[in-house]
Design a protein around this ligand. Structure first.
Ligand SMILES: [Zn+2]
Length: 130
């Protein structure tokens, strides 16, 4: 899994209250413990992405070498993973992404990341800037 420099422009969902509008309802077919709703919408399909936070910056291999990042965003519909560049927000549009080649590969990646991720410090807020 080698992440590529992103070509996407990331956007924050328009705030909503009480329920998630159908058109941005995230697709999440996994049982995970450490993923939760992010405020970013998937640049490919427009659904809300899920995220997890790493207790310690977690290394991913990219075209520019290993990048250690505090969080990762993912779309269960497009099976794409998005990381910010270290020290930046995802919306800085200078991060990296990886698109899984199959459902099986995506599930394997998600399970592994779920083991390393956490909800710490973010579980009481639906909207986090990054
Ligand atoms: Zn998507």
């Amino acid at each position: 899994m080698v992440f590529k420099k992103t070509t996407f422009k990331y956007e924050i969902a328009v705030p909503f209250f009480g329920f998630i509008p159908d058109e941005i309802m995230p697709v999440w077919n996994f049982y995970t413990q450490n993923f939760y709703l992010s405020s970013y919408i998937c640049p490919e399909c427009g659904k809300l992405m899920m995220k997890t936070v790493f207790p310690n910056d977690y290394p991913f291999e990219t075209n520019d070498g290993i990048k250690k990042v505090p969080r990762i965003f993912t779309c269960g519909d497009c099976k794409t993973l998005h990381i910010p560049a270290p020290g930046y927000k995802l919306s800085s549009n200078n991060g990296y992404y990886y698109k899984a080649k199959s459902d099986e590969e995506f599930e394997k990646i998600i399970k592994k990341i779920d083991k390393n991720g956490s909800l710490i410090g973010r579980q009481n807020t639906l909207y986090n800037e990054n």
